[in-house]
Design a protein around this ligand. Structure first.
Ligand code: SF4
Ligand code: SF4
Length: 160
């Protein structure tokens, strides 16, 4: 008799649990996403890694002032340049950024006088190959191409 009671109780508990599950499944709105097939859109102010921005002609806006390299607290920006013999202007040869060590502080975007570097919405950096996370200027430019207007420039800029 006692075994039968235990079995009946177990069955009842199972049915109650299934009832709750089915009710939630059918009546409640879904709040989870099937990542990575589905993604939340990031709110303005979210910060992914910095990217390089281009002008209307598709040229990098960077004027090679090196301020971002100097201000980066973790020293992960490396800039190499030479001076053009004729124009005497600085020419950007290399702009490398180690995305694996970026702490997304936004200081590089904040200090840039040419609005040439901006915080992006690119945050998916998982990789088994750490060296591949050192992005060169071509990669940073490519990542920055969709960011043409301030509305999608994720940099935290102070006014004035
Ligand atoms: S966001 Fe901060 S840590 Fe990352 S590159 Fe810019 S200054 Fe360096
Ligand atoms: S602060 Fe801006 S303009 Fe200066 S080197 Fe960095 S990206 Fe280029």
């Amino acid at each position: 008799m006692r075994t039968l009671t235990t079995m009946a109780l177990a069955l009842w508990n199972t049915l109650v649990g299934m009832g709750i599950t089915i009710k939630n499944m059918l009546l409640r709105p879904r709040i989870t996403l099937q990542y990575p097939d589905e993604r939340h859109s990031l709110p303005i102010g979210s910060r992914g890694i910095p990217v390089l921005l281009s002008d209307e002609q598709g040229e990098l806006k960077c004027i090679v002032c090196e301020l971002c390299e100097k201000i980066c607290p973790v020293r992960i920006i490396e800039i190499k340049w030479h001076r053009d013999d004729q124009t005497r202007k600085k020419v950007l040869d290399e702009f490398n950024l180690d995305a694996s060590r970026c702490m997304l502080c936004g200081l590089c975007a904040e200090v840039c006088p040419a609005e040439a570097i901006a915080m992006s919405d690119h945050y998916e950096l998982a990789s088994f190959d750490l060296p591949s996370l050192v992005y060169d200027k071509e990669k940073l430019q490519q990542l920055g191409l969709p960011q043409k207007t301030p509305i999608v420039n994720f940099a935290i800029k102070t006014e004035g």
